[in-house]
Every structure is written in C-alpha cells, then in structure tokens.
Design a protein around this ligand. Sequence first.
Ligand code: G3H
Ligand code: ZN
Length: 283
Amino acid sequence: MVLVSNKELLEKANQEGYAVGAFNMNNMEIMQAIVEGAVEEDAPVIVAATKGAIKYAGIDYIAKLVHTAASKVDIPMSLHLDHGPDFETVMKCIRAGFTSVMIDGSFLPFEENVALTKKVVEVAHTVGVPVEAELGRLVGVEDEISVTEREAFFTDPKEAQKFVEETNCDFLAVSIGNAHGIYKGEPKLDFDRLKEIDEVVHIPLVLHGASGIPDDDIRRATRLGINKINIDTELRLAFRDAVREVVCKSDVYDPRKILGPARDAMKEVVKTKIRLFGSSKKA
Ligand code: G3H
Ligand code: ZN
C-alpha cells in the first residue's frame, strides 16, 4: 500500500473508539519492528520521526525506508513528523514525503502558538497533509526538547477550544499529567480535564509521553477521546535491554546478532501496545 495520512487513520479511530499507536523510529531495525508488529496485529500504524531522528538518520533515508516498508505491506500506515519545531522543518518533511506533520508551538505564548500553527496548517492543507498541534506543555525529555516541572503546564479546555477554532489544526496533543521519558513515580492523568477538552474540541486528541502509563489509564483515556498514542521510551528500553543481554553475556560481534534480538524485543512492545490501544484488526 502507499502511505496514507493521519487524517484517514485517526478519523476512523475516532468514529470507532480506539487509538492508533505512533511509534518513534531512528533506524531501520526500529522501523521494521514497528511495521512487522503492526502487520502481525493487522493494525494501522504511525511511524514517527523527530527532528533528532532526521538529524541522526537523514531525511531521505527515513522517507525511503518508510515508503519502502509501506509498499510491501497491506496495512494502512503513515510517516509523521513528531514535534516539528518550526515552519522550515515541517516544509522539508512534506517535501521529502512525510504524510502527516506535527508543529509543536507549545513552548510559545498562546497567541504565538496560534500564529505558527495557523501558518503551518494553511500551507500543509494545500497539499493534503494534516497537522497535529500541541497546547499545554509536558514535563520531561523528548529528543532535543527538555521541559522542567516549573515550565510545564496543563491544557486549558477553553483555550483548547479557541486554539482549534483559530488554527484549524486536525489533531490536538494535550497535557493532562502525561510526561515524556521515564515517569518519576506513578503517572496521574487528569481525566476530568480530558473529558472537558473532549466535550469542546471535536477533533482526535493525542496523548504524548505514553510509555509507563498504566494500562487501565490508557484504556480510560481512549474512551475519553484519545485517538493517537505516542510511544518512544518503552521501545528504547526494550532495545537497550536486548542489546545489553547479548553483549554482556556473549562474545558476539556480528551486528545482526546484536540488533536482531533488539528488533524482536521492540516488536513485542509494539504488538502489546497495539492490543492495548484497541487497534488490532483495524487495518
Ligand atoms: O512524541 C513522542 C512521545 O510523546 C513519546 O513519549 O518517550 O514518553 O513514550 P515517551
Ligand atoms: Zn511527544
């Protein structure tokens, strides 16, 4: 299949009440783990790349790898720019063949976030690319973005409504107690706030920082309007643990024998999350 956009993936998810997993890739093995996992679950999937991933692997390598993978499988999948930091990066990704983008203006004051998001939406929509935006600010570290507890704040439902009306963005990432990276203590999601946002914002909502959130909370969030769930840290941990297991317990020096088990371990994470999100058999 050719790559589709997040619009198709998330509108179906919104109508049918499940969430599509968005998994971060940085190299071929991670991408294969994501795609193979989704194929085995017969699920739609979003392959996400940050600016950091693009810097590491090269934009053309990422685009070609994901387009090639899509052409060989029968599930709907998209290539999504995760946490696009500025207008220029978004445009580069669209030109390179990304089928969905995020502009993350959450570090800006409200009006500036609106202006940046609106500008991206206007251009992206002319070429059929949907846009995810973010309002509120998550604590933690995601690639090149690092936010302290003092800088973080939750999404205000009224502001969210105004933001979506003014920007015409397609999906909204919310801050409701979720955090990037490894949680310090038990995550506490503000479900009342999520419910209030969902009542006034009629587009699919996105949950970032989903690694480490208990399964029941993920299910509850999905029932309250979350249709896209981002996972990165749990893939990284699975990768690290599998590589450590091989490297520390043997003299293996063939990269395939080191990265192969890591790919298998990440695939298991992808499959488990897809089942949890309710998107198995939704391809
Ligand atoms: O944008 C990507 C994510 O929000 C992933 O967060 O690393 O905490 O799973 P995570
Ligand atoms: Zn994120």
